[in-house]
Design a protein around this ligand. Structure first.
Ligand SMILES: Cc1ncc(COP(=O)(O)O)c(C=O)c1O
Length: 342
């Protein structure tokens, strides 16, 4: 059940076991030594969920599948890139909820090799029983999904179309709830998190967390996000819109402006899904110090961003930082060529 009664009127389909843990990364701190500048590093383990390999998208899917069921849909059509974690978790959530699942997978990254097109998330999508529609480069995924929903309707079925990353206002409610979960855990641990570091892809996680913080009377500029998909100005504008749509959906009067959100474009590199040296080093550092995995597209770039925030002083020396681990480890297999190369 949602942690805050503010969300109880929204249909919700439970897919997670309960709150995900917050853990201190003390081995990382000691290996970083002086580079850590006395900062205590904590991880919100949103990679630690049982269904479908887990990850941040399950929080959104709890509300999206709830909405689909409330609307009487029998099929979920989800849009994502070829290696979309959202698509993989939508497939698993549908399997668990008794919905049929169709995935519309767009070529968002210039990687045509077999490990990218057939391993990692793509392999798991098939195991979870989804029907895959793998598009050609340049095809319009949204248009394809709407046409497919009409075809299904013509054959007597009812489809719910979930947009890229599941980041509709309803999907974002999953991270509103997470903001309340973090506040509860912070009180239990007796640790105030001065900054929260996250990746921003389709912006839904950022929007939900920021809306949750606003509603709880906390400052959303504590969130330091690293865009991995759109250029920084477009990312800020789209995320502001999303936060305000979520607040509106919750019938709240508060609104945010661009100055309330902090998003860095420094880790985007060549663009979405294109590896950077900093990402590779960050994935290896967390793996080799803590035995934990971040993915190459989102978490790896955000973790690299957090390390550079230590260095630049963006994170105050001696403070507490919470890094949200968002899962996505199947994506590592789709980048084996880069990650194996030393
Ligand atoms: C592993 C992982 N982390 C982070 C994100 C970013 O979340 P959002 O799209 O809500 O910004 C995604 C989105 O696909 C993801 O799969």
């Amino acid at each position: 059940m949602p942690k805050t009664p503010l969300l109880s009127r929204f249909p919700h389909n439970r897919l997670m076991e309960g709150p995900t843990p917050i853990q201190r990364l003390d081995r990382l701190e000691s290996v970083l030594g002086a580079r850590a500048k006395g900062i205590s590093v904590w991880a919100k383990r949103d990679d630690l969920m049982g269904l479908g390999g887990g990850g941040n998208k399950l929080r959104k899917l709890e509300f999206l599948v709830g909405q689909a069921a409330a609307e009487g849909c029998d099929t979920l059509v989800a849009i994502g890139g070829v290696q979309s974690n959202f698509a993989r978790l939508a497939a698993a959530a549908c399997a668990r909820s008794g919905l049929a699942c169709e995935l519309v997978l767009a070529q968002m990254v210039p990687r045509d090799m077999a490990i990218y097109q057939g391993n990692g998330n793509v392999l798991l999508n098939r195991l979870f029983g989804a029907r895959l529609h793998v598009l050609k480069r340049g095809d319009d995924a949204g248009g394809f999904a709407m046409r497919r929903a009409s075809e299904l309707a013509a054959s007597g079925r009812k489809a719910f179309v979930a947009t890229l990353g599941g980041s509709t206002p309803v999907g974002c409610l999953g991270y509103v709830d997470c903001a309340f979960e973090i506040a509860m855990q912070s009180a239990e641990l007796g640790v105030e998190f001065d900054q929260v570091e996250i990746p921003n892809g389709s912006g839904g996680m950022h929007a939900g967390l920021a809306a949750g913080m606003v509603v709880a009377g906390r400052d959303p500029s504590r969130i330091l996000a690293h865009t991995v998909l759109s250029p920084v100005d477009a990312c800020i504008a789209a995320t502001v819109d999303k936060v305000n749509s979520v607040l509106q959906l919750m019938s709240r009067e508060e609104q945010v402006e661009a100055g309330d959100l902090r998003i860095s474009g420094a880790q985007l590199g060549g663009g979405y899904g294109i590896p950077t040296q900093e990402m590779v080093e960050a994935v290896r550092l967390l793996g080799s110090t803590e035995g934990l995995l971040v993915d190459p597209v989102y978490g790896g770039k955000a973790f690299a961003g957090m390390l550079s925030d230590f260095e630049s002083g963006t994170i105050t020396p001696g403070s507490n930082v919470l890094f949200v681990m968002t899962g996505g480890s199947p994506g590592l297999y789709a980048y084996a060529d880069i990650l194996n190369d030393d």
